[in-house]
Design a protein around this ligand. Structure first.
Ligand SMILES: C=CC1=C(C)c2cc3[nH]c(cc4nc(cc5[nH]c(cc1n2)c(C)c5CCC(=O)O)C(CCC(=O)O)=C4C)c(C)c3C=C
Ligand SMILES: [Fe+2]
Ligand SMILES: [Fe+2]
Length: 352
């Protein structure tokens, strides 16, 4: 990321200190863009995963069970057993730059900074773990940002993700005497810029495969069915993304059958269906031999795509009789995804 001096050199005049013709104080300060994703452990070890899961799974937006009933289960069972299992999953996908989710989000911020130049200062934060949202918000304010666009990188709104970022943002602002002005990026599940990016990126990846898939499975992160019944729009947003993307892809690849599923079930309650695992097994058993999977709800590859889909999902498909499976990359910091992110962010900054 460029230093403050470098970016300031390209900054438009309206952002410099001084007065306009009316004599009004024009010292509006810099504009900041804070990309936020879910969060990830600091290391692929059981203690680090335990710290991360304790924060994540204590969020009432994520687990909607009254604390009095949930805390004994969380501390008595889940945090005793899950960290070791999850650490094993993380270890299989860990990179020299750390957790894939953190490494990719950092790269997205750097690429976006290059694209925005002096228009805004770009940084990134995690809702759970590090770098934390309050610390990054504070750092941006200290660096002179008086207006900050907070951009949760979730295309589909979900209480557990989008609203949780907003809760944390409110908490962070609550601790500040001098607050910056805030805008937030709305969900973009049906935004043409997002559908365009997915269409281009998925077609590019499918055309580069050394086999022709019969089915493209769009796998979204799951959520308890009850949360949808209570009015969370997430399920509807996922289905709308699928519908719009399928309509586009059908024009270019009429040979490809597109299906939608939900992955990463957690706990014993009923989650959104059909489950990705069930669909992978059912497709193979029904005779599908070649299949591609994409995860359009994840803006960055993470343990859920790289381990759950690309390792365990592959095993499920192959053990049920499937022959070829490709797990396609998320938009990450690639050209199509960055073009989209720049367009979404520029739109929000346009009034600033
Ligand atoms: C993209 C949207 C996501 C929704 C909606 C979501 C809901 C949700 N998740 C859990 C439980 C877990 N999720 C975990 C990892 C994880 N989840 C998302 C995204 C959504 N979660 C991402 C991007 C990641 C990856 C993080 C990474 O470090 O790579 C995990 C941790 C991994 C594990 O132990 O399996 C849990 C647990 C619930 C309960 C939930 C409820 C609506
Ligand atoms: Fe999750
Ligand atoms: Fe998972």
């Amino acid at each position: 990321m460029p230093s403050r001096d470098q970016s300031a050199s390209a900054r438009p005049a309206r952002n410099q200190s001084g007065s306009d013709q009316s004599g009004r104080d024009q010292n509006v300060g810099e504009i900041g863009v804070l990309l936020v994703n879910l969060g990830t452990p600091d290391a692929a070890t059981a203690p680090a995963v335990r710290r991360y899961l304790a924060e994540f799974l204590s969020d009432p937006r994520v687990v909607e069970i009254p604390a009095i009933a949930w805390k004994p289960i969380l501390y008595g069972i889940i945090l005793r057993t899950r960290p070791a299992k999850s650490a094993h999953a993380y270890a299989q996908v860990w990179t020299p730059q750390g957790s894939p989710l953190a490494a990719i989000t950092r790269a997205q911020a750097a690429r976006l900074q290059e694209r925005l130049g002096g228009r805004a200062r770009v940084d990134w934060a995690m809702r759970y773990g590090n770098p934390s949202l309050p610390s990054q918000l504070r750092a941006m304010k200290d660096a002179g940002c008086e207006r900050i666009l907070v951009a949760p990188l979730y295309p589909q709104y979900c209480g557990a993700t989008t609203a949780s970022v907003m809760d944390k943002l409110g908490e962070a602002l609550g601790a500040m005497r001098a607050q910056p002005a805030i805008r937030t990026l709305p969900p973009y599940f049906d935004d043409p810029a997002y559908i365009d990016a997915l269409e281009a990126d998925l077609l590019r990846q499918i055309e580069a495969l050394d086999f022709v898939p019969e089915v493209l499975l769009l796998s979204f992160h799951g959520m308890p069915q009850r949360t949808a019944d209570l009015g969370d729009p997430y399920y509807r947003h996922c289905l709308e993304t699928s519908r719009l993307l399928s309509a586009r892809l059908a024009l270019r690849r009429p040979d490809l059958r597109i299906e939608t599923s939900f992955q990463s079930r957690f706990g014993r309650a009923k989650w959104l269906e059909p489950s990705t695992e069930d669909v992978l097994a059912a497709e193979a058993k029904a005779g599908t031999r070649r299949l591609a999977v994409a995860a359009p709800g994840f803006s960055a590859d993470c343990v859920e795509t790289l381990e759950e889909l690309a390792i365990r999902g592959r095993e499920v498909f192959e053990e049920a009789g499937g022959q070829r499976i490709a797990v396609l990359a998320c938009l990450n910091d690639g050209e199509a995804g960055m073009e989209m992110l720049e367009a979404l962010v520029q739109r929000e900054l346009s009034g600033w």
